[in-house]
Design a protein around this ligand. Structure first.
Ligand SMILES: [Zn+2]
Ligand SMILES: [Zn+2]
Length: 704
């Protein structure tokens, strides 16, 4: 199929993107041309009638055959069309329906089995631009006899989305009820039965006759469901899975078997714009056309897995085996250069299901791009428990395919042990503690020492401050400094990963309207028994003063420590005479005048909460603008019972641009005037995740 559809026979459905003039998600249109920048000029239908013309980006559409477009047009709601489209195997089976195929349709009495009797054309075609919609006349199967009677009443008619199951054709065709003329039940709509509907013969074939074309010859099982417009995935020789839509099928020059021309979801170096060899088979954006033998293609598992309704899940005790089980071997974190192409889009990231957002957001933050946990979490695969293997396969799937279906997370939640993890709303710190302790078997990331006491372990750090101790708009650095100093806590060593919880309780209470993210966290002055610089002169500090912390004349919010000379001087000021600076335990043999090395940790993710729902911001590389926003339940396909969540990952370089401003500017910025994703980061932050750029120091707790 050529992209420049001169013959007017290329159709599409808008699958994603913002609503634009004339187009919205679920709109069906006909391709009328292509702009030089690769956008589609299309005619949008309302029912079978052309409604308006518009432009839509090719990558936001999915190509349809005329037959598919006609079937989808009779489905009145756009969301039902997309839902059906996402269920690729079912949609494929519906497109291939033959006379007397048994189907199960939605009915007011509940699901009803019936036989497809006729394919119906709906609408009068008054101009070439009009399109007949297609529906199915279905005869219900009676419980007493095989078929319900010979009554001459019109058979009920159903659209493609009414069909919830297709049962393979019966071996013996039964009596047909071909009729002509008007279909009474539909007001004023002209309905014609078309006799081109293939009839299933005694052996149940052929099932591939369409649009008057020759039936395709039989293919291997992997390719059985392939046709132009199918959404497929291909595993490349390097093990990476790529996704796309079949644009061409056939035998290329100098080949003997059938190949598929696939338009990929994103650019891949070495791919073409639709040419293979010197021959053009279709047209698409440069570097997005991939040609492979059809046997290498399989249906896009992201849609196949996700379209399983909860009914399917409930019917078995053990969830279905995830399709990616064999890829459970180690996959490295997604490099910065590949993160956008692999992760950005709808149906990306980790698919949410029943309050799983706390877990989806945490896993995405910790594992998508960060190397931190990989450095800590190095255990031989044979020493792992089943739950560790489940986590490893979730991580591998995320890193290889950019998408983890809800089923995998659901089974992982079951393995976490406590029932409440399966269904309840939880907070990330609860999950993190279980994850690190039970699944990863890592000893506490933080070793905290309160003065005079032995150290205690922890996985996350909860900020505890009084509101009055802080300015209106604190930074994470200020909150950490103040919290450590007022609770008299020090870190025993530089942690490999520091997860700082903001002073708020879920969605019920937050101490600050907004908090400035510190992209770097300097913990030099929070380390126990480590040399520190005098705040004033830079010499080795010997005293620390908690009361100087908020001093407006002395950079409020920063920790103050002094050499003995400066300590005396600073505290000779009348306003500071009530202070009680504490002597520091200075390690022996530290030269007094060499600069103290700084220990700086880097922000790599932020978990945010808004109306009980957790989302994540992730920094996917060293570039300051390399930020992603992830929501495991960004959208929903279908209703509460049978639908599923659509996870989405967005690039949000605006975070980097915003955070690049000087701290004083940041403190003055008004969240309500910032871009929406910046506003959410400022106002909804729940936990900031920092990593140590140097070699991590934590070790597994059970060394065998
Ligand atoms: Zn000094
Ligand atoms: Zn002081």
């Amino acid at each position: 199929m050529e992209a420049k559809a001169v013959e007017g026979d290329a159709f599409f459905i808008v699958t994603r993107g913002r609503s634009r003039k004339g187009f919205c998600r679920g709109c069906v249109g006909r391709v009328e041309g292509e702009t030089p920048s690769g956008e589609l000029l299309g005619l949008v239908y309302n029912g079978g009638r052309p409604k308006s013309r518009g432009i839509v980006r090719t990558e936001n559409t999915c190509p349809l055959t005329r037959h598919q477009a006609q079937l989808l047009l009779f489905v009145t709601t756009p969301s039902k069309r997309l839902e059906l489209l996402c269920n690729a195997p079912l949609f494929k089976a519906i497109c291939d329906l033959s006379q007397d195929d048994v189907v199960v349709v939605k009915h007011k009495k509940g699901p009803q089995p019936g036989r497809v009797k006729n394919l119906m054309q709906i609408g009068r075609k008054e101009s070439d631009d009009e399109l007949h919609m297609l529906g199915f006349e279905v005869e219900f199967v009676d419980s007493d006899h095989t078929l319900s009677s010979k009554k001459p009443v019109p058979l009920p008619m159903f659209n493609a989305a009414d069909i919830i199951r297709v049962v393979p054709s019966a071996s013996v065709p039964l009596g047909l009820h071909w009729k002509n003329g008007q279909y009474g039940a539909l007001n004023k709509k002209a309905v014609t039965r078309i006799s081109s509907m293939p009839s299933a013969g005694p052996t149940g074939n052929p099932r591939h006759v369409k649009d008057g074309k020759e039936p395709r010859r039989a293919r291997g099982p992997a390719a059985a469901a392939l046709e132009v417009g199918s959404m497929v995935e291909v595993v490349s020789s390097s093990g990476v899975t790529v996704y796309g839509v079949v644009r061409w099928l056939g035998v290329p020059l100098r080949k003997t078997e059938e190949w598929a021309g696939i338009e990929l979801d994103y650019e891949v170096t070495g791919c073409s714009d639709g040419k293979y060899g010197n021959q053009r088979y279709f047209t698409c954006k440069a570097n997005t056309a991939l040609f492979v033998p059809v046997t290498k293609c399989s249906p896009d598992s992201r849609f196949a897995c996700s379209s399983m309704g909860p009914e399917t899940r409930r019917s078995t005790d053990t969830p279905p085996v995830p399709s990616f089980d064999d890829s459970a071997e180690y996959a490295p974190p997604i490099p910065e250069s590949e993160a956008l192409s692999l992760l950005v889009g709808r149906m990306k990231g980790i698919q949410g299901h029943v309050n799983s957002c706390y877990l989806d957001a945490t896993l995405f933050s910790l594992f998508s791009s960060s190397v931190t946990l990989d450095n800590i979490w190095q255990r031989p695969a044979e020493a792992e428990q089943p739950i560790t293997c489940s986590l490893r396969s979730i991580v591998s799937c995320l890193r290889r395919q950019g998408f983890v279906p809800a089923e995998s997370v659901t089974s992982f939640r079951k393995e976490l042990g406590c029932n409440t993890f399966q269904t309840d709303e939880k907070d990330p710190e609860e999950f993190i503690t279980v994850l690190f302790q039970k699944v990863l078997c890592i000893e506490p990331l933080l070793k905290l020492r309160s003065r005079g006491e032995t150290s205690q372990g922890s996985y996350t750090f909860q900020i505890i401050v009084e509101k009055e101790q802080m300015g209106q708009v604190p930074t994470v650095q200020q909150l950490l400094d103040t919290s450590c100093l007022s609770s008299d806590l020090k870190f025993e060593e530089v942690p490999s990963c520091l997860m700082v919880q903001m002073p708020r309780f879920g969605n019920k209470y937050k101490m600050f309207n907004h908090i400035i993210p510190s992209t770097e966290l300097d913990i030099t002055d929070l380390l126990h028994n480590s040399p520190r610089e005098c705040f004033v002169c830079g010499c080795l500090a010997q005293y620390e003063c908690f009361h100087c912390l908020p001093d407006r004349k002395l950079q409020p919010g920063r920790i103050k420590q002094y050499c003995s000379v400066c300590n005396t001087q600073v505290h000779s000021h009348p306003s500071r005479q009530g202070h009680s600076p504490k002597a520091l335990e200075v390690p022996a043999d530290v030269p007094c005048d060499t600069p103290v090395p700084r220990h700086v940790m880097q922000l790599f993710a932020v978990l945010c909460i808004q109306t009980s729902h957790y989302v994540a911001y992730v920094k996917y590389g060293p570039d300051p603008n390399s930020w992603l926003f992830f929501d495991s339940m960004a959208d929903r396909c279908g209703d509460d019972q049978s639908g599923y969540n659509i996870p989405e990952v967005q690039a949000c370089s605006e975070i980097g641009i915003f955070l690049a401003q000087p701290e004083e500017e940041l403190a003055r910025a008004s969240p309500s005037q910032a871009p929406e994703l910046v506003r959410r980061l400022l106002c909804d932050s729940y936990m900031f995740l920092y990593q140590n750029p140097a070699t991590p120091s934590s070790k597994p707790s059970h060394e065998e």
